[in-house]
Design a protein around this ligand. Structure first.
Ligand SMILES: CC(C)(COP(=O)(O)OP(=O)(O)OC[C@H]1O[C@@H](n2cnc3c(N)ncnc32)[C@H](O)[C@@H]1OP(=O)(O)O)[C@@H](O)C(=O)NCCC(=O)NCCS
Length: 305
């Protein structure tokens, strides 16, 4: 019998992480402490158990731009096609409706999951492509003359300054239909996890760019590229490339052998920059949307044909 329940204890959170890591080994999963920090009213973490064994998990939260409920049902490959994903999704969607949402968002990285999602009315809204870069011998870039680079460990106060001077003015430039809504608190808690691996460019008393890495304690040899951005008036002057090369040199010195990032479909400038730095392409993640409450299309043909 399948039981769906809320994740409460640290052991539950570890069970939730185990499912996420099994299904998405290519993407860093937040540690329990980070998941706890991300907890907020309206956010729901679920576990699905069969005979007491955790076989699936779920997450419902506010979407990045605050306009939708982001829903994520996950089922271990060896327990699929038994209705567990449907049960998890229904609990997540009911929760989202109770929270007042009329639209849900989700993302899928494989064709099977897309077929599942389409059955409940989800349709593609955007795509993100993974870009990967092996880390070898990475020379530190020559020190720039027009600005200076510091790690956030060296100058912790600059992370808050970076929120106001770089993050807020550049979020609208990402290829999101609606700009991301990130509070200063989210920025401090969720957009950095090791200040030594995060770098800021400073000209005079202004932060003009940020780039760095999010480290992964489950897979210390891999790191995710953190938010990279440069103030508009400083673009085209190699600030982003210099910041990224600084973080790649840091990665090489700290035993990291691969870094990766996700770039929105339309964000040509970031894709080009990454290509220029030697990144290659990996998997494609499809963002989907569905009106709430969800409707189940039992014909199994989402086009209705
Ligand atoms: C998507 C996922 C949660 C489905 O879990 P599941 O427990 O296998 O799903 P269900 O058994 O409830 O499937 C319900 C229906 O979805 C469709 N479906 C699910 N997997 C399918 C597949 N591999 N091929 C075709 N249709 C599929 C079918 O219509 C299925 O009904 P049926 O088995 O009676 O034909 C699981 O594949 C997963 O964890 N994927 C990775 C995470 C993810 O992308 N989540 C989706 C976000 S919306």
């Amino acid at each position: 019998m399948t039981t769906i329940r809320t994740a409460i204890t640290d052991a539950d959170y570890e069970g939730w992480r185990a499912v996420r890591i099994a299904i998405m080994p290519y993407e860093r999963c937040p540690a329990v402490a980070e998941l706890r920090e991300a907890d907020r009213p309206g956010r729901l973490m679920l576990l699905a158990e069969v005979d007491g064994e955790v076989v699936g998990s779920g997450l419902a939260d506010r979407s990045g731009d605050g306009q939708r409920a982001a829903l994520m049902p996950m089922v271990r490959p060896d327990f699929r096609r038994r209705g567990v994903g449907t049960e998890i999704l229904k609990v997540l969607a009911d929760h989202a409706v109770a929270e007042g949402y009329d639209m849900a968002g989700a993302s899928v990285d494989d064709e099977e999951s897309r077929l599942f999602a389409e059955r409940f009315g989800f349709r593609e809204s955007n795509r993100q492509v993974e870009q990967l870069r092996p880390i070898g011998d990475e020379p530190k870039p020559a020190p720039p003359t027009a600005y200076e680079i510091f790690s956030v460990a060296e100058r912790p106060e600059l992370w808050t300054a970076a929120y106001h001077q770089v993050a807020l003015p550049t979020f609208p430039d990402m290829d999101h239909p609606v700009a991301l809504k990130v509070s200063e608190d989210d920025w401090e808690k969720e957009w950095i996890n090791d200040p030594a691996a995060m770098f800021v460019a400073v000209a005079g008393d202004e932060v003009i760019g940020v780039a760095g890495l999010m480290l992964d304690s489950d897979r210390p040899e891999r790191a995710e590229v953190a938010y990279t951005a440069v103030r508009r008036e400083w673009r085209g002057r190699s600030v982003a490339a210099t910041l990224k090369r600084t973080s790649m040199a840091w990665a090489a010195e700290h035993g990291i052998t691969e870094i990766y990032t996700w770039t929105q479909r339309g964000n040509e400038s970031m894709r080009r920059l990454n290509e220029h730095l030697g990144f290659t392409y990996g998997i494609v993640s499809i963002s989907l949307r569905a009106p709430l409450p969800l409707s189940e299309n039992l014909s199994r043909d989402p086009s209705g044909q």
